[in-house]
Design a protein around this ligand. Structure first.
Ligand code: C2E
Ligand code: MG
Ligand code: MG
Ligand code: MG
Length: 292
């Protein structure tokens, strides 16, 4: 315990542990309240074919609409959710909400599209993860082929054997798996063969640097070559300009995701974008997107 300031500004003798605990409890209460009051929201970012610009899917991205602080990005609160042990609950909400939304778009007559959901390490430690995914699909009436689950290398490495087993079980349900932030993890490219993944997402840090740094360009080139050799699908995230797009096209990267085409959008706006037939029919929507 240490000397610390209390609210009145007096130095009081109070154990720091109490303060930490207090803050922790407060934060936890806020996050529980956020769940109860429906303060979490999903934004959706398009994933498009790099050659044709045809929209192939969307990634669901979590946001917290805090009553006082406004929209908070996941980088700020996901670590707190994990600390509180709330991530499995919120993650389950994300999964169910994204499946319901995908099914709702189909009900509205939009062409079926793939929805990608990020899974956290804590979700992978849930003993009932596979049932939870199946339940989300069933309750939404969504075919498994329309759901993609994104996981990271570090998540897999945390508990390799058990995680790879769970991945196989998820594959059996018919969902697809992608490896997020690829290239930032610790494992070598050859580890890819051990993972039952359908595609890899090249991390945005490489996409950002690729047009300026030879080393990043070389890395992107070898990641794509390796993926092609292994028969894996490919998507690059964080694509912001035409130079990056041109480069990725030349290297046969299948899909792109990034501000060039669209930022993550709230549900009304993404629904409007999905309805906008020009986005689907234009001969080069990517060019159209980048010129606006
Ligand atoms: P991520 O899964 O790698 O998602 C991509 C992030 O890159 C998103 O940030 C997205 O807004 C951002 N992004 C997309 N295109 C561009 C671009 O062109 N330029 C730049 N600078 N950024 C771009 P966001 O939404 O802040 O999410 C950050 C991370 O939080 C995600 O990274 C993911 O790891 C995590 N996350 C988000 N939602 C969830 C969720 O529902 N569950 C879990 N477990 N994690 C989530
Ligand atoms: Mg992701
Ligand atoms: Mg990513
Ligand atoms: Mg990332």
């Amino acid at each position: 315990s240490r000397l610390s300031d209390d609210d009145s500004g007096f130095r009081v003798y109070s154990p720091e542990l109490d303060r930490d605990l207090e803050r922790h409890v407060e934060m936890e209460a806020e996050l529980y309240r956020a769940l109860e009051r429906d303060e979490f929201e999903l934004y959706y970012q398009p994933q498009v074919n790099a050659r044709t610009g045809v929209l192939a899917g969307v990634e669901a991205l979590l946001r917290w609409r805090h009553p006082q602080r406004g929209l908070i990005s996941p980088g700020e609160f996901i670590p707190l959710l994990e600390e509180c042990g709330l991530m499995p609950r919120v993650g389950t909400w994300v999964l169910r909400t994204a499946c319901l939304q995908a099914s709702e778009w189909q009900r509205q007559g939009l062409p079926p599209l793939r929805v990608a959901v990020n899974l956290s390490a804590q979700q992978f430690r849930m003993s009932n993860l596979v049932e939870c995914v199946q339940q989300a699909l069933d309750d939404a009436g969504l075919a498994a082929e329309h759901l993609e689950l994104e996981l990271t290398e570090s998540l897999i490495l945390e508990n390799a054997e058990q995680t790879i087993q769970a991945m196989h079980q998820l594959k059996k349900l018919g969902v697809s798996l992608s490896l997020d932030d690829f290239g930032t993890g610790y494992s070598s490219l050859s580890y890819l063969r051990r993972y039952p993944v359908d595609r890899i997402k090249i991390d945005q840090s490489f996409v950002r640097d690729m047009t300026e740094h030879r080393s990043s360009a070389a890395l992107v080139r070898s990641i794509l070559a390796m993926a092609h050799n292994l028969g894996l699908g490919t998507i690059a995230e964080g694509v912001e300009n035409d130079t990056q797009l041109g480069y990725l096209r030349k290297l046969d990267c299948q899909e792109i995701q990034g501000f060039l085409f669209s930022r993550p959008l709230p549900v009304e706006e993404i629904t409007q974008l999905l309805r906008d037939v020009r986005r689907w029919a234009s001969p080069d929507p990517l060019e159209a997107a980048s010129s606006t």
